[in-house]
Design a protein around this ligand. Structure first.
Ligand SMILES: [Zn+2]
Length: 520
């Protein structure tokens, strides 16, 4: 009898492997702004367990800018920001919004962009779009509106039943929103991020996915769940603060719910779960206003062109840890003066220009050279110092919206460029901590490879073979180099660097910084 049972168990086990081979699923869960050093058994027990049974990518990279819409698009498309065209959360494209920057994930502006480009607001396809066109079921749900960028086409109710999209409280098809409201109540109001985590909104979104977008036991081939934590409370109260820890806890509980739901549907064994963050995080030590400083220095600069701009007028778009400068008519003389001015600021980090002017790198060096790119981009100064909670990594932030002690990102600090990827499931190796470089760029091609769908080969990222159970680790060792450029300015000697690592034919930016040695 015991022998029979053993044979039966063996049969069942082989059946399970066979079934998994035939139809694996992928659930991509974004913990917005999750630093890799936030993952531990105490604060994130479910995630730590998942990492222990799968692969922890200990050398993972966000794309530049280390911000949500940029890396959301990178995760969705597997392509560099300049190639997809989303290079910041807020961009100045006068044909869409004539006087100031617009939020690159806002439905109305995205629709306008699609209208102007024949549907090419994003110039490359996303994973859900590729799968939808192949007739495969998908589901996208985000507490943040970035989820819209994953799959933005209007759709009929019938199409939407197979490929639903939820972004904040809005949906595709539009009729889905009423169904969700009836089942879950209204989308909750946002939390006060200085005091609490945004758990209610994240819970609502997760329940929407698990209880409505996923119907019965039929889990879609590919799902995206984008949570607002850990970003939300880290912005309001800083990394390591009580609200930030509460955000980690609520995310971890939501991960538990996802696992239980998959288990109940008997799909856990064939589902690959990827937990990724769009970027890391730092603590603010100082808030500055660069438009004011520019005006004081004699430039015509503002955050909004209230009247039609003249040649050389500068539009300034702040991204917290970075700033974009758009010079009207690309006036060369103003750009030169602007670079010189910025190189004298005590909070300037790495500078980028369209043609890599002396003492700056090219926008193309970090894949920001889109048609609508600014003339000058600047990362803010950062440090390795610790905050009140003992969490390392600080930055100077642009704008008065956030204060010292609160958190921000988008600079070239390693604490923001280094982010989290954890993957577990039938396609992945077990109990591996990979120190080989990987990036958000690599997630989409890896997902398509797991799902057996074409399209990944046209992407800029690579399939993370070293982590796949049947993968072959790329040959060769990672090579880290330091690119430098310097220039003598009116203020002293400006020197800036980019630290980059190359592996498997891809280049990952580890960090960037700058130093001004004042004239004696
Ligand atoms: Zn953020």
């Amino acid at each position: 009898m015991r022998g029979c049972l053993a044979v039966l168990a063996l049969l069942l086990a082989s059946f399970a492997v066979h079934a998994a081979d035939e139809g694996e699923k992928v659930v991509l869960i974004v913990w917005d702004g999750l630093r890799p050093d936030s993952v531990n058994e105490k604060d994130t027990p479910n995630l730590a367990k998942l990492a222990a049974r799968g692969v922890f990518f200990a050398n993972h990279h966000a794309s530049i800018l280390a911000s949500t819409e940029v890396n959301g698009t990178v995760l969705a498309t597997g392509c560099h920001p300049a190639r997809s065209s989303v290079i910041a959360n807020v961009e100045f494209r006068p044909e869409i919004e004539p006087t100031r920057g617009f939020n690159t994930e806002h439905v109305e502006e995205v629709r306008k962009g699609d209208g102007l480009t024949g549907g090419k607001y994003l110039k490359v396809p996303t994973v859900p779009e590729i799968l939808r066109k192949a007739g495969r079921p998908t589901a996208v749900a985000g507490t943040k509106p970035v989820a819209f960028l994953f799959d933005r086409a209007e759709r009929t109710d019938e199409e939407g039943a197979k490929n639903p999209v939820l972004f904040q409280s809005r949906t595709l098809p539009a009729s889905l929103a009423a169904k969700l409201k009836e089942k879950l109540g209204a989308f909750p109001p946002p939390a006060d991020s200085t005091k609490a985590a945004n758990s209610e909104e994240d819970l609502w979104t997760t329940r929407a996915l698990l209880e409505t977008l996923w119907q019965g036991d039929a889990i879609p081939d590919y799902s995206v769940l984008w949570l607002s934590e850990a970003d939300y409370a880290q912005h309001g109260a800083g990394p390591g603060s009580a609200p930030a820890l509460a955000g980690l806890k609520s995310n971890d509980e939501l991960l538990g719910r996802v696992l239980e739901r998959l288990e109940a549907a008997k799909q856990l064994g064939r589902t690959n779960i990827l937990i990724v963050s769009d970027h890391g995080f730092s603590t603010i030590v100082r808030a500055v206003s660069t438009p004011d400083a520019l005006v004081k220095a004699g430039f015509t600069a503002s955050k909004d062109f209230l009247k039609p701009p003249q040649k050389g007028d500068i539009l300034v778009v702040g991204h917290g840890g970075a700033i974009f400068f758009y010079v009207t008519q690309h006036d060369a003389e103003t750009i030169e003066k602007l670079v010189d001015f910025l190189q004298g600021l005590d909070y300037a980090g790495t500078l980028f220009t369209r043609e890599a002017k002396k003492g700056t790198f090219a926008l193309a060096d970090v894949h920001l050279e889109s048609e609508a790119a600014p003339d000058v981009a600047m990362g803010m100064k950062w440090s390795n110092e610790k905050n009140e909670a003992g969490v390392p990594g600080t930055l100077v932030t642009e704008g008065a919206k956030r204060k010292p002690g609160q958190g921000n990102h988008a600079s070239l600090s390693p604490y923001e460029l280094r982010n989290t990827l954890i993957a577990a499931g039938p396609s992945f190796k077990q109990g591996v901590r990979s120190t080989l470089p990987s990036g958000n760029l690599d997630v989409a091609p890896t997902v398509l490879a797991i799902l057996g769908e074409k399209g990944g080969e046209a992407m800029d990222g690579r399939v993370l073979e070293e982590a796949l159970a049947k993968g072959k680790t790329p040959e060769g060792e990672p090579a880290t180099t330091r690119l430098e450029t310097s220039r003598e300015t009116g203020h002293g000697v400006w020197k800036q660097y980019l630290k980059v690592t190359t592996f498997a034919g891809k280049t990952y930016v580890d960090e960037g910084g700058a130093e001004l040695t004042p004239k004696p």
